[in-house]
Structure formats: structure tokens, C-alpha cells
Design a binder for this molecule. Sequence first.
Ligand code: ZN
Length: 438
Amino acid sequence: MRRALPTLLCLLFLASFACNLPAQELSRPPGKNVILIGWDGAQRAHVRECMERGELPALKALVEEGAFVDIDVITGATDTKAGWTQILTGYHPEVTGVYSNGRYRDVPAGLSIFERLKKQFGPDFVCVAVIGKRGNVGEVLPPTKRELSEEEAALILKLQQEARQREKARKAAKAQAASSGVQEEQPAAQIDRQARQQQRALRRALQLPADKAERETARRQAIRGQIVEEAGKKYLVFGGSPYYTMHKVCDVWEYGLVEDAKVGSRTIELLEKYKDRPFFFFVHFASVDANGHRYGENSKEYNDALISNDLWTGKIIAKLKELGLYDRTLIYVTADHGFNEGERGHSYAPFIFLATNDPAVKRAGMRQDIAPTILDRMGVNLSKIEPPLDGEPLTKPATKPVLKAPEKPPAPKAAFKAKASPQKDPAPRKKRFAPAPA
Ligand SMILES: [Zn+2]
């Protein structure tokens, strides 16, 4: 017995040392939380005007404590996949492989804010994503490679061709409707019906899975995949959705909630659930982009969606205050892209913003600067990040040129990569929706 005590103490000492080993690599939680709120498709000029009219009280209150700075899109398309990928990583498309909604892959492991924070602070640090859209942000299709028979390869090629033709027809119908001022519902519905018929035929031929969700996954992989030939065999290769790998480290990853009320109330529930742990939330509202496509950027509906995004942003802030968390939570509101002035699309819409209660945000920047800003404020050492981030934190003077996107795309296809231009804000715009006097 007398000999057992020192041995036991020694063992205890060794055990505690061993337990501490992995913990030494982790940093202490930052003492701050971050909520990144996405207003998908919110055009900077429209947001500013809306705020000046007093229609966005939650955003205005944040900005009074922190800042509202111009953000320009310099690399990557002004669309959803390119936008949120850049915002959630801090890189140019050459690093992530995500250039646009049509040209993308699963972002390589380790590059997202979620993965970096989990790596630095360990499993107790909470990462959450609550996402409004069903596609282009949030969806998590895995990368795949599967061998195809000659018949399957031929069928898939046909399907892809038909999908391209439908897309063309849909665009033509839209353009026709825009020029004649007629609602385009009819032809669009017709095209959708044709699409469904073709898909049913394909499903039978390819024997896609019976489960609805799995079947939809397989269908999208088939449409988006590339047929490659290796050693005389044909394969369907699909690079995955941008968010596939990053979503795996998150405690909660939900998408396709569509309505602002669902996104907002789910976020509030999860704040309640994780209130005692340090966290990073990505909250994404889809209604501004949806209404922009349906009714146009200058419509009352687009404006109403901004008001709705603000309302739910305000409810999230109210919940943080109720939980006593607001004083140590940094909130960043931004958009993946803007909207073409007065139009129903965002083919070239590089003018976005960052609105925040973070008083340390000091300067305007580019879309790739948002992730570095968040990581820096959470205490991540940016100089140790590999590969080096393309963006720089907005809390410090820039060491690289801060580029402004030109008001017009400099050349056809320029939406992909806008070049530097010395100009400041876009010129004053034409008529804009404003509420009629009561
Ligand atoms: Zn859109």
C-alpha cells in the first residue's frame, strides 16, 4: 500500500500531462462570437437609399456602433457560388476552384472560416450555418467519379444538351418578356414541364435511385458532371458542391429554408441552444435575390425583401441582447453580389457592402477581405495561414492595392474578372423605387 501511493500519483501526473497534450495545440476561445449575415443579392446603392429612408433600422443601429464600408467584387463572377465561397474563404477562384455558379468544385479542405476556427479553438467552438437557398449556396453534393456504360454516357450527354437548350430557351423567353413587357410565366412553365418529362425518361433509363433526395443528387451530378475517357473507359466526374467539405466540420448545417422567417427563427433557436459556448454563425437570407429575379431590382418587392432581411437581422440582435451576448458578438452583414440596376439579373453587379457593429473596421475593400477580417478579429494569426490569404483584414491599412470595380464590365465576359479602375462610386442612378406618400 505504501508503495502504491507514489506510483498512483505518478500515474495521475502522467495522465494529466497526456490529457493536456492535444489541448496545448489549441488556443483558448477568443472571448468573442461572430455572426456573418448574408443578404443575398443586396445592391449597395439600394441598401444605402433604403437605410437613408429609415427602412432598415437594425442595419442603421449596427452601423452607428461600427461601420458601413464599400466592398467591390474584383475576382470571380457576381453570382452566388463565387460570392459566398470567396466570403467564406478569403481567396480568389484560382485557389478555391469556384469561379461561378456554372464553374466550380468542392473547395479544398481547410480553407473555410469554419475549418480554420474549429482547428484553432477545438470541438467546443460551435460552427453553424442556416441557409435560405436550395442551390448555389448550402447544397452539399459530394464529388463523384463513376464508370459509365456506353448507353449511360450517351444518355447523359443528351440530358446535358437538353439542359443547355432549356437554359437558352428560358433566357430567350425572359428577354422576350422584358422587351414586350409581358409576364413570362407561360413559356417558363412550359419549359419546366418539358424538363420534368425529359427527366422522368432519363430516370427510367439510368435507373436512378428510388429515394427522392438521392435521385435529385444523382440527376444534378449527371447534369453538372463531365464525361471523361480513361484507358478506353468512360467516367462521369463531378467535382462536388463548393460547400461539401467545409460543411462536415459544422455542428449544424441547414439549407433550403427559403423564407426569411424560417431562417431567422431557426437561427434564434440555435442561439438559445449554443448560448454557453463560443460560436461562429453563418446566416443566409434568400428573399432579396429571389424578388430581384422575379420583380426586378427597382421593384417594391425587392425593397420589401430588404426590409424583411433587416427585420430578421433585428430579431437576431434582440435575441443576443436578451441572452446577454450582444456585447461580445461581432455582427457582419454583407452580400455575395449586387443587382444590375433596374434589371432582373446580376450578370455584372460588383457593388456590395459590409455593415457591422465592429468599430475596428476602418476601410473599404474587396470581397476577399471579409474572411480575413473575421479571422483576424477572432484571434487567428493570418501570417501563418497556408496558402496565404488573398484578402486582407479591413481593420488594418491595406498593403495591397484596394481595387474598385469599373461601373461597366470592361469587355465582354468581364464579369469573370473585373480589372482595376481609379473611379470611385458609380455615377448617380436613374429612377429608383420609393414609397408613394401615404
Ligand atoms: Zn441570383
